[in-house]
Ligand binder design. Structure first.
Ligand code: HEC
Ligand code: HEC
Ligand code: HEC
Length: 212
């Protein structure tokens, strides 16, 4: 169990520090990140969850890289998902398959878990976005998001899908350290169905000039 947590933290830290600029500096092959494979122009990595020395994140020259438990072994007892690194992290945490430390060296304060859903209405036909504070604050402190990524006020932040796919707002983490944006995950964020009888709004032109 101890080893497993260490690998988890190691991966998270490694992923957080590998900013796009760093990735760009690596050789051309490594330059395509596995982040948002929703973009069909980006080649998908042939294999996921490679051992640390082969994953392009850890230093293969460093002996300590070989001390790390390979993800395929570390993830074996966790709840599976169909995307990302094939682990359902939320379920694994709630089923107590893992118990992450709140501080790197242990002995941290208890996590402050906040159960507050924020609904972001989507103007198009896609279901509305529900941002659950609970699933996030089980892992993250408020200061991971507030105020740098999001002003803590409902509706105060502008976001759209293009920006998210480019790594802004939710995309700061999703596709990097949390589940990726692929066709099988749209509904995890877009989880609130439109109310019954909902129809897309008309443009100003078609309101002024209804030809039907
Ligand atoms: C993973 C990112 C993330 C974390 C961590 C996070 N929040 Fe938020 N928070 C958001 C987002 C996104 C919104 C909605 C902003 C919007 O709608 O523009 C929000 C909104 C809020 C709001 C405004 C609610 C309202 O009704 O206007 C408050 C207050 C808030 N957060 C407090 C907290 C506190 C306290 C914590 C820690 C216990 C926390 N947040 C952790 C992302 C986060
Ligand atoms: C990590 C969460 C997340 C995932 C996964 C996600 N979206 Fe979004 N999506 C958002 C947010 C946040 C918005 C902005 C909502 C708003 O206007 O406040 C958005 C907005 C949109 C919009 C409205 C237009 C726009 O560009 O803003 C469309 C369409 C959309 N998403 C489609 C998709 C599709 C298709 C997928 C799956 C491939 C997907 N989304 C996956 C969070 C997500
Ligand atoms: C600071 C990092 C961070 C940001 C920013 C972030 N998330 Fe997450 N999100 C996570 C982590 C970590 C998890 C849990 C691991 C996982 O499921 O991959 C998660 C899980 C989720 C879940 C699953 C929660 C559950 O209870 O099953 C949803 C839905 C989600 N995020 C939506 C969003 C949306 C929408 C946004 C933008 C408004 C967003 N996230 C921004 C880190 C983040």
């Amino acid at each position: 169990m101890k080893k497993l947590i260490l690998v988890g933290v190691g991966l998270l830290v490694a992923a957080l520090v590998s900013t796009p600029a760093v990735v760009m500096a690596a050789d051309a092959e490594a330059a395509v990140s596995s982040a948002n494979t929703f973009n069909r122009l980006l080649q998908k990595p042939a294999e996921k969850n490679l051992p640390p020395a082969e994953d392009g994140i850890h230093d293969a020259e460093n002996d300590n890289t070989y001390v790390l438990q390979p993800p395929k072994i570390a993830f074996d007892s966790l709840v599976r998902s169909d995307f990302g690194n094939y682990v359902d992290w939320i379920k694994s945490l709630r089923d107590q398959k893992i118990s992450p430390r709140t501080e790197r060296m242990g002995g941290g304060e208890e996590a402050m878990i906040m159960d507050l859903d924020i609904i972001r209405e989507v103007r198009g036909s896609m279901p509305n976005v529900v941002f659950p504070h609970k699933g996030h604050t089980e892992w993250l402190q408020c200061s991971n998001c507030h105020p740098d990524i999001f002003i803590p006020q409902q509706g105060a932040n502008r976001m759209n899908m293009a920006g998210i796919l480019l790594g802004q707002k939710c995309g700061v983490c999703h596709g990097k350290v949390s589940f990726p944006i692929v066709t099988t995950t749209c509904r995890l964020c877009h989880s609130q169905a439109k109310p019954e009888g909902w129809a897309p709004g008309k443009s100003a032109a078609s309101v002024d000039n209804p030809w039907q």
